[in-house]
Design a protein around this ligand. Structure first.
Ligand code: NDP
Length: 253
């Protein structure tokens, strides 16, 4: 784990959008960003889960959050443009995006992989990140110190049998991160990086490793120092990096 102690006001006055904010790592990141002063825009597909996170933020007295229900599987270009317009009129700014939402798809060989599942994984895990980033770019370019954080995986760097579209989508995510980092390096105040969470106790992990004892892997909250570091201004010089949240743990996903 990164040995980083975020100051309490690290994200004060920043507006940060988190995708998949209702559960797992995204939920933890949303709460953690709010705890450090950010106004968090909670984007996800299950409104009830987003409402729970919203209420938790309110109960703890953090800056009031906002909810954006969106199914990344069915969303079209105009939905992303609408979201960008709403954020501009409601908040007038955006300082960071955490691209966190993903689906696992099938754990089977490519020879038998269901084509419709392949397309779905690519839509949710890849195309949505492109569309959301593109629609928010004009607003993000106005941020004094903007940060885009993608979520990768060990199988997005070295593919392994039976990880199917998920692995391919994470390779594409690494490419999107590198492209944007390179394009924005000398022309903007935006940095672009990726986090590989490593084995983490979430629903996705339980689906991928049903026989594993959940207590044997890290909890989402354990990873938050890196999530905070990359979103806050202490990392303004970091760009184009794909960083492991659990560098000492053996790669598994
Ligand atoms: P979870 O399955 O626990 O959470 C995923 C989140 O994404 C949920 O909030 C889910 O919403 C949301 N989501 C899924 N599909 C859609 C959709 N169509 N539209 C909108 N939101 C959607 O996963 P994790 O927290 O484990 O994963 C978070 C990230 O970390 C992912 O990118 C994953 O690939 C990556 N990762 C995780 C690892 C782990 O061990 N957990 C290891 C390596 C990488 P809902 O709850 O409504 O379904």
């Amino acid at each position: 784990m990164l040995d980083y102690q975020a100051p309490n006001d690290l994200l004060k006055d920043k507006v940060i959008l988190v995708t998949g904010a209702g559960d797992g790592i995204g939920r933890s990141a949303a709460l953690s960003y709010a705890a450090h002063g950010a106004t968090v825009i909670l984007l996800g597909r299950t409104t009830k889960k987003l409402e729970h996170v919203y209420d938790e933020i309110e109960e703890r007295g953090y800056p009031q959050a906002a909810i954006v229900p969106l199914n990344l599987d069915s969303a079209a270009e105009h939905d992303y443009i609408e979201i960008a317009n709403t954020i501009e009129s409601e908040f007038g700014r955006i300082d960071g995006i955490l691209h966190n939402a993903s689906i696992l798809g099938d754990r089977t060989g490519l020879a038998n992989y269901e084509p419709s599942t392949f397309e779905q994984v690519m839509r949710v895990n890849v195309s949505s990140q492109f569309l959301l980033t593109q629609s928010l770019m004009p607003l993000l370019l106005e941020a004094p110190e903007g940060s885009i954080v993608f979520t990768t995986s060990s199988v997005g760097r070295k593919a392994r049998a039976y990880w199917g579209a998920y692995a391919i989508s994470k390779f594409a995510t690494e490419a999107m991160m590198q492209l944007l980092a390179d394009e924005l390096e000398n022309t903007s105040n935006i940095r672009v990086n990726a986090i590989n969470p490593g084995a983490t106790r979430t629903n996705m992990r339980a689906r991928a490793y049903p026989a594993e004892n959940p207590a044997s892997v890290a909890a989402p909250d354990d990873l938050m120092p890196l999530y905070l570091y990359l979103m806050g201004n202490d990392s303004t010089e970091v760009n184009g990096q794909s960083i492991d949240a659990q560098p000492k743990r053996q790669a598994s996903k």
